[in-house]
Design a protein around this ligand. Structure first.
Ligand code: NI
Ligand code: MN
Length: 230
């Protein structure tokens, strides 16, 4: 069964295959890339919502969409607890780095990410567990969404363990890898295809995409709203 990966701007992705309808880091309202592309949070009726960490540019519309649809939330333990206590959302499939959770469509592995994770809509921000990357196994395809992260050498291990077909990597620098480090990440993960994200959403993460030059992987620099089918 084909898998369609649609970029919604920043770090948000919509992955569909058969009955599976996954939203990852659904920051849509207030996301200038999504809004320019005419994408709205109400357009989606996901079966699952996946979060890499709690920062507002990833959490985004997740609470509202979870409430509207009852979609299963897949996130770290602390974010899962918060959805239940704060939003009365009970359909939670939580994990933490190193763990795999089974799902209707396959599975999700939580990987390490070097970053932070907090509720930044309040001051001081509230700690919300470890930031994660996610490896989604769906319809025979392995998709690694690295979340927000620095380059780390265990990306080689992620490549060895999960053999990702597609890697979704942040390249915008400042808060995550920049294009040079992300090029190395793509080589270490070993995916045949990479989709860059978390760049050019706002001036602080504006970069020159031509500097993203993995040696082996093909680069699919999707515009917000565009899809890759695998
Ligand atoms: Ni972040
Ligand atoms: Mn971010």
């Amino acid at each position: 069964m084909p898998v369609t990966i649609r970029f919604l701007g920043h770090s948000a992705f919509h992955i569909t295959s058969g009955d599976a309808d996954l939203l990852i880091d659904p920051f849509i309202t207030g996301n200038p890339s999504a809004e320019t592309a005419g994408i709205k949070a109400d357009d989606f009726k996901p079966t699952h919502i996946l979060l890499t960490h709690a920062h507002g540019d990833h959490l985004g519309d997740a609470p509202a969409i979870a409430k509207r649809t009852g979609a299963q939330l897949i996130a770290n333990f602390e974010i899962g607890e918060w959805f239940t206590s704060e939003h009365k959302h009970e359909n939670i499939n939580a994990g933490n780095p190193g763990g795999r959770v089974p799902t209707d469509f396959g599975s999700v592995d939580f990987t390490y990410a070097i970053h932070s994770s907090s509720l930044d809509s309040v001051s001081p921000a509230i700690y919300m567990g470890n930031p994660c990357g996610l490896v989604i196994k769906i319809a025979g395809t392995s998709i690694y969404h690295a979340g927000d992260t620095a380059l780390f050498s265990d990306m080689k291990l992620i490549g060895e363990l999960h053999k990702p077909d597609i890697a979704i990597l942040p390249i915008g620098d400042r808060y995550t890898m920049g294009p040079a480090h992300a090029s190395l990440a793509a080589d270490w993960v070993g995916a045949k295809a990479v989709i860059p994200c978390h760049y050019n959403t706002w001036p602080p993460i504006e970069i020159d995409i031509s500097q993203f030059k993995p040696k082996s992987a093909s680069v699919h620099a999707l515009k917000p709203g565009e899809s890759l089918e695998v």
